[in-house]
Design a protein around this ligand. Structure first.
Ligand code: AMP
Ligand code: TRP
Length: 330
C-alpha cells in the first residue's frame, strides 16, 4: 500500500476551507493509502500564539480530525511535538539546506515584504522542519494546498541532494494538489483565500461556528450584479466560490448545479448553499461534541505517537549513521 502524509497547522480554528481543501480528502484517501496525519504544533509556534488559545485549537483540531471521519485504526494520527525525532531531523535537514533556498521561499518572503517586525528564526527554518516531517516517513504522496507546494519541492530537492551525498536514504515524495476545492475563497472577498487568520471575519466559516452564524455568513456572501448563476471565476468569483462549496459538499458536479440554478435568483441559490453547509456542519459538530467529552483524543494521540515514534526512530538512526554522528550500535 502506498503511503500518504500530511500535516495541518492549527494556529487558529479549522475552517470550511481546511475541510474541503484538506481534511475531507484525507478521509477519502485512508481506504486506499496508509495515511500519516499529524498536527504540526511546532510549526504553529513559529509565530507567537497565546498558550491557552493554542491548547484549545490543538485539542479541537484532533477532535475535528476524528469528527470528520479520520479513523485511528486506519490512519496514524499524532501530535508533531510528541515525536521528538522531528525536531532532531529538522536540525539535520537545516544543515543540508542552503540559505539561498530558504531566501527564495515565498511564504517567508511575503512576511518579510509586509515588514512584519520580530520575525523569528523559526519562521525562516520552517521549511526544513517540514522537510523532516515528510522524509521521516518515506511517503509516496504529500497532499497539500497550492501555497505549500514550494515547500514540498524544497523537500524533494533536499532529499535528492542527501541521497546523492550519503547514499539512498529517503524516498522522493510527490506533492498532491487537489483540483476541485483547492482554493475556497473568502465569502466577503472572493478574490482572497478563506483563511483562519481572518479573525472575526464574515468571510470565513469555522467548522465549529454556530449554525445560524454559518448560515448568515453564506447569505451575506459577496456576489456580483450579473444576476445569473454561472461558473466563471474571473467575472463571477463569488458565485463560482459558492458553486465550488456546494459541489464539494454535495458531490454534485458544478455543471449540474449551474443547470439546476440557472433560473434562480441569488437569494434562492445562496439558501441552497447555506443549507448544504449547515447540514455538513451539523453532522461534524454532533460528532465533535461526543468526542471532546470522551477519552478518544487521549487514546488516539497515545497510539499515534507510539506508531509514529517507532518509524521515526528507525529513520533517524539510519540518517545519523549515514552522516557519521552516530558512533554507537543501537
Ligand atoms: P493552513 O490552514 O493554511 O495551515 O492549511 C491547512 C490545509 O488546509 C492545507 O492543505 C491547505 O491547502 C488547506 N486549506 C486552507 N485554507 C484553504 C482554502 N481556503 N481552500 C482550500 N484549502 C484550504
Ligand atoms: N506547513 C503546512 C501548512 O501550513 C503544515 C505542515 C507541516 C505540513 N509539516 C507538514 C504539511 C508536512 C504537509 C507535510 O499547511
Amino acid at each position: 500500500m502506498k503511503r500518504m502524509l500530511s500535516g495541518i497547522k492549527p494556529s487558529g480554528q479549522l475552517t470550511l476551507g481546511n475541510y474541503i481543501g484538506a481534511l475531507k480528502n484525507f478521509v477519502k484517501y485512508q481506504d486506499d493509502y496508509e495515511m500519516v496525519v499529524f498536527i504540526a504544533n511546532l510549526h504553529c509556534i513559529t509565530v507567537y500564539q497565546d498558550p491557552q488559545e493554542l491548547k484549545k485549537n490543538l485539542k479541537d483540531a484532533v477532535a475535528l480530525y476524528l469528527a470528520v471521519g479520520l479513523d485511528p485504526e486506519k490512519s496514524i494520527i499524532f501530535l508533531q511535538s510528541e515525536v521528538l525525532q522531528h525536531a532532531q531531523l529538522g536540525f539535520i535537514m537545516a544543515c543540508n539546506t542552503y540559505l539561498g533556498e530558504l531566501n527564495r521561499m515565498t511564504q517567508f518572503k511575503d512576511k518579510q515584504a509586509k515588514n512584519e517586525t520580530n520575525l523569528s528564526a523559526g519562521i525562516y527554518t520552517y521549511p526544513t522542519l517540514m522537510t523532516a516531517d515528510i522524509l521521516m516517513y518515506d511517503p509516496d504522496f504529500v497532499p497539500v494546498g497550492e501555497d505549500q507546494k514550494q515547500h514540498v519541492e524544497l523537500c524533494r530537492d533536499t532529499a535528492q541532494r542527501f541521497n546523492n551525498k550519503y547514499g539512498e536514504t529517503f524516498k522522493i515524495p510527490e506533492p498532491l494538489i487537489p483540483t476541485v476545492g483547492a482554493r475556497i475563497m473568502s465569502l466577503s472577498n472572493p478574490t482572497k483565500k478563506m483563511s483562519k487568520s481572518d479573525h472575526g471575519d464574515k468571510g470565513c466559516i469555522y467548522l465549529l461556528d454556530d449554525l445560524n452564524v454559518a448560515r448568515k455568513k453564506v447569505m451575506s456572501a459577496v456576489t456580483d450584479d450579473l444576476g445569473k448563476v454561472n461558473f466563471d471565476t474571473v467575472n463571477q468569483p463569488g458565485i463560482s466560490n459558492l458553486l465550488q462549496i456546494h459541489s464539494s459538499l454535495s458531490h454534485t458536479p458544478i455543471k449540474e448545479l449551474v443547470e439546476t440554478f440557472k433560473d434562480s435568483g441569488y437569494g434562492e441559490f445562496k439558501k441552497a448553499v447555506a443549507q448544504v453547509v449547515v447540514d455538513e456542519l451539523t453532522i461534524i459538530q454532533e460528532r465533535y461534541k461526543q468526542i471532546i467529552t470522551s477519552n478518544i483524543i487521549e487514546e488516539t494521540l497515545d497510539n499515534g505517537a507510539k506508531k509514529a515514534s517507532y518509524l521515526a526512530s528507525k529513520k533517524l538512526n539510519k540518517v545519523q549513521r549515514k552522516i557519521g554522528i552516530e558512533i554507537r550500535k543501537r
